[in-house]
Design a binder for this molecule. Sequence first.
Ligand SMILES: C[S@@+](CC[C@H](N)C(=O)[O-])C[C@H]1O[C@@H](n2cnc3c(N)ncnc32)[C@H](O)[C@@H]1O
Length: 275
Amino acid sequence: MHLPLTAHVTPPEPSRSSHHEQHALTPEGALRLLVMRATERFRSCGKFAYYFARGKLRTDPVFATLLSQQLLPDAPRLLDLGCGQGLVAAWLDAANQCHLAGLWPPQWPVPPAPVAIRGIEIDVHEVERAQRALGQLAQIQCADLRSTALSDCDAILILDVLHYLEPGLQKSLIDRAHAALGADGVLLVRIGDAAGGIRFTWSRWVDAAIWRLRGRRSSVLAFRTLSGWVDLLVGAGFEVRKIPMMGARSFANVLLQAKPTSRPPAALEPPSPLP
Ligand SMILES: C[S@@+](CC[C@H](N)C(=O)[O-])C[C@H]1O[C@@H](n2cnc3c(N)ncnc32)[C@H](O)[C@@H]1O
């Protein structure tokens, strides 16, 4: 989905009286406005960060999906694992500002408004960009998910990250996510479906290229089929629902919403630190 930069505000209808309705946007207009506002934060981080943010926010359907569906209700403490340069925090903040100003599509729910966002990211350059762009908005920690304790929280995002971990460490992370979430917590995971045919082959090639461009030597990219990912989540004590993403076409990526159904057997620690 490619969206031009200029936001389109629907003209107020004479019969509508409330401030909120007079400034109601179409979903397409709201997305254009949100991309502009969220991207502004990255202007001070250099051209790469700015254009990467603009391109990703414009084209990745997960961002629109986060707002058009009620996926993160009542989530004051949000943990974004493998947060990259912090696009989700910037996106949610832009959404809340637009919503408060009444610039919001009437058919969309109230956007999630976390009061504490913590991001964990292994790449120091991503961390620096995120910290610079987000400031006080989020706490971004440079750490390895394979060996980092997860704080108690209400919602966890793991978007396009799990396949960078070996299978046993994927399980460890999902178990720790379950332990960190409250009973009403929500985990949103986006994964690549290894049974996704040519679209999966393409997205795996893109991931491997990006991973190498970032200077990572490890060749581990551990994918599972969709049913394999669901089994992993169910085995950790989650019930799982597949979320349709707005306008998703070219990649075999699947968004899953997982909610705890049972408490984990014991408090879980991350595995011992890696060399
Ligand atoms: C494809 S990017 C996704 C970024 C972000 N979640 C998003 O959707 O925009 C995957 C991110 O996971 C991070 N990552 C991979 N392995 C990690 C690890 N062991 N610990 C922390 N972050 C990791 C990478 O550095 C990268 O920023």
